[in-house]
Design a protein around this ligand. Structure first.
Ligand SMILES: Cc1cc2nc3c(=O)[nH]c(=O)nc-3n(C[C@H](O)[C@H](O)[C@H](O)COP(=O)(O)OP(=O)(O)OC[C@H]3O[C@@H](n4cnc5c(N)ncnc54)[C@H](O)[C@@H]3O)c2cc1C
Length: 588
């Protein structure tokens, strides 16, 4: 099925759900005046529809492969990347002084939403390059920036992120790759990395690897990790001492080569230090935070794609007779209430995740663009608070929505013919990489809730309550929505207090339910804001935004009560689970 880029819808969410309208009025986005956002999104949408989407299926069937030490991408990938480069798409957010367009993160988020929907496996290559550009802009020396940034921004080269090793996944303290000073300002890197996305490929002449490694005598743990830049091809044209030794066989994203990398088999891979010695993790976090939002948008993109496909199928496929059916013969399945429930769930979850992601992007823009230091700090804290929420919620619902998409198709969803199964297989990884969703939930509860003594979370709750009050005042048909969302925010506020006083173990057990509860409240309030804006724009609400927000508030937000119970009481059975799990009291 073809993909339709929902440009108008994304603009509406940017404007009314994520503060683009307010930002434009405040002069925060002078670069987006005069319809610039609409024009650029329109072009990005055309690229998604006409170049990326047609290659999605082929990439799944005939994925990247390693032959005689050379990684070859799927048919059509090289040409598509050439067009990507010509379009200058790597540079949307990159600084103007390095050849980029210097446009807001919010705009890039909406572009990524469509590109991921069209072809998640392809878009992973630029997605990691965006993160590397951010890391080099923030932490690279002027010499490194001068030599490497221009060609990353132009798209002539791509970049990778080399963290994971067999014994060091979520726990980077266990990292063993090492780097030795060569005495001439460069380093020699040795070690094995696994699961490296686009670790090698044939779309560009060079690949810039950002690699975490330990210097000799570095302190143990995460305080002894440094970041290095090691290119595939050195500035003098020689091949660097690093190579792809294998590609993984995966459940999905077959078009994206996932490489095992070996550094330093023949004397050491030449690398340059990025940032300060032993401060590599902080530098890598710049890259990872950008990548976390981009991965969150994979969940949104796949959700959108799966929804479009399921809706098209439900309108065509006929089975049974619905109560509303007047004509002869069978009804299209879209008329059955249970199918409608699935489709509305798919659409509402995707839109709620989208609004959270766009809010996150907007707070990043505010953190970079506001003049007032205090307001910048508040925006930066908001971005910190919302990033794990966006990453985990959007990628969890990406899988849930894709799974519902399979369900709407019935047996046709389980066989590969329709492509519905590919969305489910592709979506699944996003909850695992860039920090598993469990790690995101822990980050939210243990680090982000306490930002500025809890002020960041209190501001978020106040913002949601403001939207709910506006909904309550908006008329009778908004009243049930306001009531259910009010209950969700109440449950959230009580849970924040409970977690603030909980033991680390109890907080760990409650972290994932808490993240979902936060997302139900934040996403529900976001949809309510969109509904209010839609009603004001046109009382007839042709896009059905009021109905969508109402559906979310009445069908999904009430899950908050169950989540609160899990947070407040459920941790006991999680922690006292030795007998039920059949494991001994004493851990090995
Ligand atoms: C297709 C693919 C592409 C990837 N791309 C890259 C890449 O480009 N670069 C790169 O460096 N890596 C990449 N990765 C690696 C990825 O980031 C890791 O797989 C991920 O961080 C999880 O690490 P792990 O697989 O070792 O799982 P583990 O860390 O072993 O986790 C297993 C489970 O235990 C849980 N867990 C672990 N520790 C804790 C804890 N402290 N508290 C609570 N729960 C915990 C996790 O949430 C998870 O559910 C990729 C992986 C895949 C599969």
């Amino acid at each position: 099925m073809t993909f339709r880029a929902p440009v108008d819808d994304l603009l509406f969410v940017m404007t009314h759900g994520a503060g683009l309208g307010k930002g434009l009025a405040e002069g925060l986005y002078p670069d987006l005046d005069d319809g610039m956002a609409a024009a650029l999104l329109g072009e990005a949408g055309k690229f998604a529809e006409s170049v990326l989407a047609p290659l999605n299926r082929g990439g799944d069937k005939e994925g990247a492969r390693l032959e005689n030490g050379v990684v070859m991408t799927s048919p059509g990938w090289i040409e598509a990347y050439g067009r990507w480069r010509e379009g200058g798409w790597n540079g949307v957010c990159a600084p103007v002084e390095h050849g980029g367009m210097g446009l807001p993160h919010l705009l890039q988020a909406a572009c990524l939403d469509m590109w991921n929907a069209a072809n998640m496996a392809f878009t992973l290559a630029p997605l990691l390059t965006f993160g590397a550009i951010d890391a080099l802009v923030e932490h690279g020396s002027p010499e490194l920036q001068e030599r490497w940034l221009g060609k990353l921004v132009s798209g002539e080269w791509t970049a990778t992120m080399n963290l994971t090793e067999p014994q060091a996944g979520s726990d980077l303290a266990a990292l063993r790759a090492r780097a030795e000073p060569a005495g001439d300002g460069t380093y020699r890197i040795f070690g094995q990395k696994i699961y490296i996305t686009y670790g090698d490929h044939d779309m560009t002449d060079n690949i810039v690897h950002l690699v975490l490694a330990r210097l000799p005598d570095a302190p143990a743990g995460t305080r002894g990790i440094s970041l290095f830049l090691a290119p595939k091809i050195l500035p003098d044209g020689a091949r660097n001492d690093l190579r792809c030794t294998a590609l993984e066989h995966k459940m999905g994203i077959h078009g994206s080569p996932t490489a095992s990398m070996s550094f330093g088999d023949h004397g050491g891979a030449v690398g340059w230090l990025v940032g300060e010695e032993n401060r590599g993790l902080a530098c890598m976090f710049t890259m990872m935070n950008a990548a976390r939002l981009a991965v969150a948008l994979q969940g949104v993109g796949i959700g959108e794609r799966a929804f479009q496909q399921a809706l098209a199928f439900a309108v065509e496929r006929k089975q049974g007779r619905s109560a509303r059916h007047r004509g002869a013969g069978m009804s299209p399945i879209v008329h059955h209430p249970d199918v409608r429930r699935m489709l509305m769930t798919m659409k509402a979850l995707t839109q709620a995740a989208r609004v959270i992601c766009y809010m996150t992007a907007e707070s990043l823009d505010r953190a970079h663009r506001l003049e007032d230091a205090q307001a910048r700090q508040a925006a930066s804290e908001r971005a910190g608070l919302l990033t794990p929420l966006a990453k985990a919620f959007a990628t969890d619902i990406g899988s849930e929505v894709a799974s519902l998409g399979v369900q709407v198709h019935g047996g046709m969803g389980y066989v590969e013919e329709t492509g519905a199964a590919q969305h489910l297989r592709d979506a699944r990884i996003a909850a695992i990489y860039e920090g598993t969703n469990g790690i995101q939930a822990m980050d939210l509860v243990t680090r982000k809730l306490g930002l500025s003594g809890g002020a960041a979370m209190r501001r978020e709750i106040a913002d949601m309550r403001g939207v709910i009050a506006a909904a309550r005042a908006a008329g009778a048909d908004f009243a049930p929505m306001a009531a259910r969302l009010g209950e969700a925010v109440d449950a959230l506020e009580r849970s924040v207090a409970v977690l603030g006083a909980a033991s680390p173990e109890a907080a760990g057990a409650g972290a994932t339910p808490f993240l979902r509860l936060f997302a139900l409240a934040r996403g529900g309030a976001g949809l309510a804001a969109l509904a209010l804006a839609a009603r004001q724009e046109d009382p007839a609400d042709p896009a059905g935004r009021v109905a969508l927000a109402q559906f979310f508030a009445q069908n999904l937000a009430p899950g908050s009560a169950a989540l609160e119970t899990a947070i407040v009481q459920g941790y006991e059975s999680v922690l006292n689970s030795d007998a039920a799990l059949g494991i001994s009291q004493t851990f090995p």
